[in-house]
Write a protein that binds this ligand. Structure first.
Ligand code: SAM
Length: 455
């Protein structure tokens, strides 16, 4: 059977989609290629959130096509995911060597289309149509066992796994392309998600991260609120009951989705980790309004305070965009002051990237590139300074970590995460993957802690 190599760009949703495609192809007998140089099928699972990500994938495919077409003309080249969805046939017009363009609701058809291409039944395939029910196809393709960090030498799944609970987004933030590339919100059923999660746990998974563009909107249409609990909190309740599952995380929520039921869930559900990635985007009410975020600064700060009140050890991270059209120095100063006030554990700081077809791309007063660069650097310095201080303040304390596998930087050591989602590196030795360990925190670097196990 042919071998396949998948390269993934972008977010964890894309990682999970790639896992599902890999599992689907493995079930059909495809082997996994160690690199693009030996693969019979090369798939790029793309991201459209910023122009940089699109350009990277386009350049990669240009290089791959130029290198491979001469020496191995039979190799199948494909684009999957968000850029495939937004650009469709244009990708083949631009790069005629590409054989397959598969949109975000069509991942489950990858195997069938590859069969057609190999059998010569089709010369090229472009499928970016919407498909009702595509959110449910994810469950058919659990990640392959024995791959990724934390796997147990080929027999089990990694210690920590992603579970996609919904697709699409209805928020329509003015800067964001996601509603156009991923379509409207569609949620899986609670029983489907429980079945997948139980199966993962039976294979050794200890921690599950629920994925969705806006997870807090889970099941709004399909399930609805009951007894004062949103569908998302009902799902958390159900997952908390899975025996053998130790930890539950989710990403990304929307600040608007933090009702009292969710805040209270952190207090009530022992498996729900004290960690929240809360994308704020800006500290200026004027900019938040133009972004169509649906909350203001005061609401956001209030949510963080409530979370820290119920769980003082809560790790809070965020996403921020600098240089949104019309962002003045005064607006940016508001963002700086918000970051100082909230003291995020970490923040992803993005330079605004105009996305074709989004309302912000047509807004007046674009911010000059040099100004965006300068604000980006200034904000990043502040985020790092606060992060360093917060991480240093953990030294001398104690934390529970879930050991995921060898440290990325030094494979002779192991690494795990605290419940607040901070990475802790510990000494090597016996394989402790999957163990929950109590550690004393003995040192701190930039966004990494060092620890020793408590005997
Ligand atoms: N659904 C989440 C939300 O908005 O609450 C985040 C999903 S998005 C894929 C991840 C991050 O990319 C966003 O939080 C935002 O900071 C950033 N982003 C999205 N569109 C962008 C754009 N046009 N330019 C720069 N950054 C962008």
């Amino acid at each position: 059977m042919p071998s396949v190599y998948i390269k993934t760009y972008g977010c964890q949703m894309n990682e999970r989609d790639s896992e599902a495609v890999a599992a689907q192809l493995a079930a059909k007998g495809y082997a996994r290629a160690a690199s693009e140089h030996v693969a019979d099928v090369i798939l790029l699972n793309t991201c459209s959130v910023r122009d940089l990500a699109e350009q990277k994938a386009l350049r990669k495919m240009e290089n791959v096509a130029a290198a491979i077409r001469r020496s191995r003309p039979g190799v199948v080249l494909g684009f999957l995911g968000c850029m495939a969805q937004s650009r469709g046939r244009e990708l083949i017009d631009r790069l005629p060597d590409v054989d397959l363009v598969l949109g975000t609701q069509k991942f489950h058809r990858a195997g069938e289309y590859l069969d057609d291409l190999f059998a010569g039944r089709r010369r090229q395939v472009v499928d970016v149509e919407t498909e009702p029910g595509s959110e449910a196809t994810i469950r058919e393709h659990l990640p392959e066992r024995g791959n990724g960090a934390g796997s147990d030498r080929g027999s089990r799944w990694p210690v920590s796994a992603f579970v996609s609970i919904m697709q699409g987004c209805n928020q329509y933030c003015t800067f964001c392309i996601v509603p156009y590339t991923r379509g409207a919100e569609r949620s899986r059923t609670i029983s489907d998600i429980l079945t997948e999660s139980r199966e993962l746990v039976s294979g050794g998974v200890k921690e599950i991260t629920l994925l969705g563009q806006i997870v807090t909107s889970y099941g709004k249409r399909e399930i609805g609120a009951r007894d004062g609990k949103s569908a998302f909190v009902q799902l958390l309740d159900a997952l908390n009951g899975i025996e053998g599952l130790e930890r539950i995380r989710f990403t990304s929520p929307h600040p608007k989705g933090y009702g009292d039921d969710l805040i209270e869930a952190y207090q009530r559900l022992p498996k729900l980790c004290e960690s929240a990635h809360l994308p704020v985007q800006s500290g200026s009410d004027r900019v938040l309004k133009r972004m169509h975020r649906g909350y203001d600064r005061e609401w956001f700060v209030g949510i963080v305070s409530k979370l820290r009140r119920v769980k003082p050890e809560m790790g809070v991270t965020t996403d921020i965009i600098v240089g949104f059209p019309g962002e003045t120095e005064a607006d940016f100063e508001e963002t700086i002051s918000l970051v100082r006030e909230v003291e995020f554990d970490n923040a992803f700081v993005f330079k605004y990237s105009p996305r074709q077809g989004t309302p912000a791309a047509a807004m007046p007063a674009p911010v000059a590139v040099e100004v965006i660069e300068e604000r980006h650097a200034r904000l990043l310095d502040l985020v790092n300074e606060i992060g360093k201080r917060k991480y240093r303040s953990c030294v001398g304390g104690r934390a529970q970590i879930l050991v995921e596998g060898p440290s990325r930087k030094n494979p002779a050591r192991f690494q795990g995460r605290t419940r607040a989602n901070r990475i802790v590196v510990i000494a090597g030795g016996a394989d402790r993957r999957g163990d929950l360990l109590e550690v004393n925190i003995t040192g701190a670097g930039l966004f990494t802690l060092y620890g020793e196990t408590v005997d």
